[in-house]
Design a protein around this ligand. Structure first.
Ligand SMILES: [Fe+2]
Ligand SMILES: [Fe+2]
Length: 166
């Protein structure tokens, strides 16, 4: 769901002329896709229809509002959602789920910070300054900004080639 929200927020930011905020939403949207893939693939032993309940932010608006929604959603993931998922995965001995949640949790912490930087800029009527590209690790969703991706992902240890630049 976060992936789709960020795609929509990216379009809105683009229309409002916040090109780099649009790029940030796009890049983080890809990071959320990686998380969704990792979590979803870990459920491959199921073959049934399930109803799930998840908390999500609703009510899109302009970019300033959307960044607020994004920050609240990310903080929820960092402070409540993934810590509780992790506790249960550990209790149940679900090692693959545990790893998938750990990787996502570490990336979400970075998402909170980047969105907060973007909101500070937008509150002043400015676009976010980005020096280089936004790099996303296609294995774990790690998110970082720079001229080059890191040699190794600090979260999952994947090599540089696994990063996608935005
Ligand atoms: Fe995130
Ligand atoms: Fe990674």
């Amino acid at each position: 769901m976060a992936r789709l929200r960020y795609e929509i927020f990216s379009e809105i930011a683009e229309e409002e002329g916040f090109k780099n905020v649009a790029r940030l939403f796009k890049a983080i949207s890809y990071s959320e896709l990686i998380h969704a893939k990792n979590h979803y693939k870990n459920l491959s032993d199921l073959n049934q229809d399930l109803r799930v309940v998840a908390r999500a932010t609703f009510g899109p608006g302009d970019t300033r509002k959307n960044l607020g929604l994004a920050i609240r959603g990310e903080i929820h993931e960092v402070e409540e959602m993934y810590p509780s998922y992790l506790t249960i995965a550990i209790q149940q001995g679900e090692r693959k789920a545990e790893l998938s949640f750990r990787w996502a949790l570490e990336a979400e912490k970075i998402h909170v910070e980047l969105y907060q930087q973007a909101r500070r800029a937008v509150n002043e009527g400015k676009d976010l300054e980005i020096d280089g590209k936004i790099w996303i690790c296609s294995v774990c969703g790690h998110t970082t900004i720079g001229s080059e991706p890191p040699e190794r992902c600090p979260i999952c240890k994947a090599s540089k080639e696994k990063y996608r630049g935005f």
